[in-house]
Structures are given as C-alpha cells and as structure tokens.
Design a protein around this ligand. Sequence first.
Ligand code: PLP
Length: 446
Amino acid sequence: MKVNEMKASEIQDMSKAYNLHSWSVQGPLKPKVMAKAEGVCFWDGDGKKYFDMSSQLVNLNIGHGNQKVIEAIKDQAEKLAFASPAFALDVRSLLAKRIIDMAPSNMGKVFFTLGGADANENAIKIARLFTGRNKIMSRYRSYHGATYGAANLTGEPRKYACEPGIPGFVKFFDPYVYRAPIDFETEEAATAYYIGQLREQIIYEGRNSVAAIFMESITGSNGVIIPPKGYMKGVRDLCDEFGIMMVCDEVMTGWGRTGKCFGVNNFDVEPDIITFAKGITCGYVPLGGTIVSKAIAKHFDDHFLSCGLTYSAHPIGCAAGLATLDVYEEGKLFDNANAMGAILGDLLETLKSKHACVGDVRYIGLFSAVELVKDKATKEALVPYDGDPDKLMPKINGMLSERGFSTYTHENCIIVAPPLIINEAELKEAMAIMDDVLTIVDETML
Ligand code: PLP
C-alpha cells in the first residue's frame, strides 16, 4: 500500500495497528480519517463534512489549505531545506525581528523551538539561568505541554504521568471566579483575594527563591478562564516586588486568537518572557519559541545560554511563520476575530439563557468555552473534575461530531475556537448544531 492509494478503511486500520494515539486508551479508538480540508471545514474518509470548530488543537488560525503558506514552504524547501541553528539565514533573522516588532515593547530576542512544550522548557531554563533561583510557580488549571518539565508546570490531570514530579515546581490557585469559594461582589474584589493569596504563598515559599511565575494569559484547555480586572497587573506587581520573571504562555492565546496579537495584550501588562507556538505557523509545519525581554537578552551577551535544539529556527518553519504573519495582516484576521467574536459571544449568551445544562460561557475573540452543569443554581459540574464515569463528555462530543461540528471537550467544558477566517454565516450554521445538541443534553443527561 502506498500514499494516495489507500482506502479510508485501510488508513484507519493501519493507524490502529501501528500508531500510538495521544492521551487515550488505544483499544476502543476509531481514529477519524481526514481526507480533505479547506478553509474552516474538513471532510472524513466517507466524504462527510465538518466545521472545524476547534481549529484542530486551537492552532489552525488561518484555516486549512492556505496557498500562501504552502507556497512559502515549497519555496524554502527548494532553496535551503536545512541549516544548523548556528547559521544566520534571511528567514530566521526576518521572522525574529517581525515577532519582536509585534511583541510588547520590552521584548528583545527570540529563541525558536518546535512547539509549545519545548518553548516552555526553554523558558524554565532561561528564567532559572537569569535569576539564579530555582522555584517555578504555575496554576492548577493549566496545561503547558507534555514533556517532563512542561508537564511539571502543568497543573491539571495530564501532569499525573510525570509525578512525583520535579522538586521546586509549586502550584497556586487560578482566578476562576465562576467556581470561587467566595461570592465576590466585584471583579476587583476577586483580584484582591487571589493576588493577596499568591503574595502570601510567594512569601511562604521564600521571598528570594521563586525564579518564575508561569501563566496562560487566558487559561485555554482548562476552560477559557479570563482573569478578573487588574489580576494580571497584580501578578506583574508581585513579580516586580520579589524579582520574579513573569512568563506568559501564549501557545494557545497567541497570534490573534483573542482578537489581539497575544492574550496578554488584553491586560496592558508586559511580561518578562512569552512562549508561543501553534498560530505562528498554524501547524503547516512545526514551530514555537521563547521571547525574552531586552534585559534578559542583554544578560546573555556575557552569560552562557545553555539551550539548544537541532531544529531550532528550522528554515522551513521560519518561512512558514513569515507567510503566516502576512496572511494575518493581509486578511486583517485579528480584526475578524474581534468582529466574529462579538457574534459568537451573543450566540453563546443565548445558549446560556436557553439551556439548563449551560452553567457558564466564557469568550474573548474567537476563544471560548461552554461549561456544562447538572444544576445551574448549585453549579454542580456535569461530570466530576477528575473523572467521567458515564462518559458523558465523549457522548456529547460524539453528538456534535455526528452533526458536523468538530471540537474537543476538556473536563466539563466544550471548547469553541474556530479558525479566524470564519464568517458570520458559517459561525451561525455551526452554532445551530451546538444548540441542537445542548437541547438533547438538557432532555437526557441532567
Ligand atoms: N501551552 C499551552 C497553553 C497549550 O495549550 C499547549 C498545547 O495545547 C502547549 C503549551 C503545548 O504545546 P505543544 O503541544 O506544541 O507542545
């Protein structure tokens, strides 16, 4: 059997026989075959069409089949497919400069990686090298990647496989106001509570011992948790007070997903380090990176940067990155994320008021989550945090998929994060599917 000559059933059987699939018990899997993809849609091996309402893994911001990026990849492969990271190349220099120009004004240089986990691994090392400190703080409801260091940053159950864990990784609570232990009257009151708690925790850990605080600027997979007013500034102030590096993981929230270049741009705060991946190339080829402030970059003028990857700043990745940034700019896609995000927000609010199973909806730009509950008043989650004995969430995801709405669920949340190229008609058609499925949930699962 050869590429392009296999039937869908053969592809699926061989995949089951030889591929290990991520985050799954392998036996029951029936991996869907993707036969074709274009724009905001893809088609399976039987020719069935799906709206790609999670942009695959919230990375395919420009949608499928973008010819500009495809051409850039082909051209770079022809011209120079590989050179070790030590060489200066036009695409490497240009992409790094362009990223620095788009990043907050305090940012200085970029270390390129292949994806998000290794961007975070390198951020951990850089923060430790720069501060000479050891401890790293991050939040419980966070995902930062699956490699050992990144999994130790991660606070949710995907970290369990890497336990007992690396010493010096400390977790703190997220400003998850919907599920806060206190009914805060204002966002500012919530911020005061969470920042006060974090300050106390930093002191308990040792005021001179924390190298970095890692945060997704807006928590992604763990429920699109948007921090309350003033929270990010509060963390910035704590970092300044205690000499801690503020690291924003923008792997999911970067490159227009929230309607701004980086999620942190929504909060008028400049972190010390930003990590990114996903939307820089939208997965057409792998690329990620760690952006450091001018102060950190200067430190390494006369200190050894103990970081390296054979494929750091891969020429084809950098060429794809440059073309992707052109696509964002030429299509005004960040603006489209804002415009379509406003429509999505209204549709989500309607779902919340209509459906008994929708406890909360959270959204910013084209980044959103629908949080399902058994009971709106008590907020009891539809499935417990660390288990889903009746497999309700896979059932709900299956019903969405059967009707042509492709996404993923995490805990009791459904992620809705379509490509930034989506238009109003596509958005409304897809969200009507969600509406139908939530009606079934109301009627059969509560
Ligand atoms: N950080 C965040 C916020 C993510 O959402 C992810 C992946 O989903 C990662 C890091 C890890 O990125 P990768 O899968 O490219 O290693």
